[in-house]
Design a protein around this ligand. Structure first.
Ligand code: ADP
Ligand code: LRH
Length: 473
């Protein structure tokens, strides 16, 4: 059979979706079976993911496709996990990475262990919510096993207990060179090795849909295949590129960097706070987290969610490079009143405060474009690579203003799309495991040949951006 249908379960920080795709040597036809909001819930002062609500939506989404599925793959945002007791029961709702429980924990561990050791072992950007710091803040006394979100859902579906490697690479507990759990790092936070599951690679079949989940969604017996279960790893796998490219996986976060064969673990990279996350086929995602469209999402929430395309059109007409923020300032990480924080940040740095919603949005777009440029240049410099074209994938690729500004700021052509790169990366890894496509290059070629993409040429005037970068510094 030359075509098969696969399902991608893709849980982003702002929304989840179940997509199905018909895949053949020249076919990649992606359809949405179900989309649902992913709304964190605060209870007793702790911000949680509603993981059972998400799981229920996933099963509903799979049920919405009554036809045969060759396999199902699951990806989600990184770092967060569920703990199971010795009977396999979930010990409470997973805590959201934006929860405040890790305040001060990273600083303490860094002081105790030393940045050098932490970075040499894990190669990870120092972010306060990395799993390693969450674990140091957690109560593990009744925990028998720890599963990252996609592995948790796969466990409920199949009964199998695994840790998919690309997502495991975001925990801060994996050795960046060997790709194995690091005894040194586990000891450091007092995590018993038995808490973590055996590692699997994208493309390995985890198990089959068991009776409970299978009867609920109508796909009993269907294989569940490990994909690049870190959503960013799936997105990068589906970047429709060949040659020397940089990528921006742009949704709630902008993940900005380059693809490498080997990690970069030196001092300069550590000081620049770049991450070496695991990609497909042993590649390294050398990137930095830029705060991303979270700034816009939280502003929209504060404003009661007005019409986004209309607001972006107004922002496009507002004066550019007038008010700027450093989007990566930790003050922007927690949920809360974003427009006020942006205004205060501008004031502190000597920029005019945005006076209208459109000006606030323009400030966010200019600031993100500038951060995209700075990060990409730094990634290329530190890894000794050259970038000739920027690929921007994810929901942000629908934002024409951001794409245009990013192309201008970088002074490089930018290819926008696909919007659903993550789901495409998810199904393509399954399709490869089930014999439909070949190499990573072939997977990317199939995306380029079948998905709508849009190219932005940079304007000649990069001097304005150099000057803006200088002013922000
Ligand atoms: P995540 O996977 O992190 O939840 P997505 O990749 O789904 O994020 O991207 C969501 C973002 O896409 C939204 O926050 C929004 O800024 C952007 N987006 C969605 N639809 C549009 C649109 N029609 N125009 C511009 N931007 C959009
Ligand atoms: C994007 C993402 C990112 C992580 C963050 C927690 O969805 O997975 O790569 O750093 O969420």
């Amino acid at each position: 059979m030359s075509e098969k249908v696969f399902a991608a379960v893709d849980l982003g920080a702002s929304s989840g979706r179940v997509m199905t795709a018909r895949v053949g040597p020249d076919v990649l036809d992606l359809r949405e079976a179900r989309r649902f909001a992913n709304r964190p819930v605060r209870v007793n002062g702790t911000l949680h993911w509603d993981v059972l609500g998400l799981y229920g939506n996933v099963l509903d989404g799979l049920r919405a496709h009554p036809g045969e599925l060759a396999s199902i793959g699951i990806d989600s945002w990184a770092v967060d996990y569920g703990l199971l007791d010795e009977n396999g029961r979930l010990l409470g709702n997973p805590v959201h990475y934006r929860d405040g429980r890790t305040a001060g924990v990273m600083e303490r561990l860094r002081a105790e262990a030393g940045d050098d050791l932490l970075y040499r072992e894990s190669g990870l950007q120092f972010l306060p919510f990395n799993t390693i710091y969450q674990l140091a803040a957690d109560d593990l006394s009744r925990a028998h096993s720890l599963l990252l979100i996609p592995d948790l859902l796969a466990h409920w579906m199949t009964g199998e207990t695994v840790a998919e490697r690309t997502n495991a690479s975001t925990t801060g507990l994996l050795d960046a060179r060997t790709g194995l759990w690091s005894g040194t790092l586990l000891d450091l936070v007092g995590v018993p090795p038995g808490l973590l599951a055996p590692l699997v690679d994208p493309g390995e079949v985890i198990g089959r849909m068991g009776p409970e989940a299978g009867n609920e969604c109508g796909h009993r017996g269907t294989p569940v295949t490990a994909v690049a279960s870190h959503d960013t790893a799936s997105a990068v796998a589906a970047v429709p590129a060949s040659g020397r490219f940089g990528y921006i996986s742009c949704g709630t976060w902008s993940l900005v960097g380059v693809e490498l064969d080997e990690p970069v673990l030196g001092e300069e990279s550590r000081k620049a706070n770049f991450t070496n996350e695991g990609g497909i086929d042993g590649t390294v995602r050398y990137l930095r987290n830029v705060m991303g469209l979270w700034l816009l999402q939280e502003s929209m929430r504060a404003w009661g969610n007005p019409d986004l395309p209309a607001l972006l059109a107004e922002a496009a007409r507002a004066p550019g490079l007038r008010s700027l923020v450093d989007p990566d300032d930790p003050e922007f990480l927690p949920p809360g009143d974003m427009p006020s924080r942006i205004a205060a940040h501008c004031r502190r740095r000597g920029f005019p405060e945005p006076a209208t919603r459109a000006e606030t949005v323009r400030c966010i777009m200019d600031s993100l474009a500038l951060a995209h440029r700075e990060t990409l240049r730094e990634a290329a410099r530190l890894s000794g690579t050259e970038v000739e074209v920027v690929h921007l994938v994810g929901g942000g690729s629908r934002n024409e203003l951001l794409c245009r500004l990013t192309a201008d700021a970088c002074g490089l052509p930018l290819v926008a799309g696909p919007v659903e790169a993550t789901a495409l990366g998810n199904v393509l890894v399954q399709a490869r495991a089930h014999g439909i496509v070949g190499s990573l290059a072939e997977m990317r070629g199939l995306v380029a040949a079948t998905q709508p993409l849009r190219r932005y040429e940079p304007s000649a005037d990069t001097g304005r951006w150099d000057e803006a970068a200088e002013r922000l510094r």
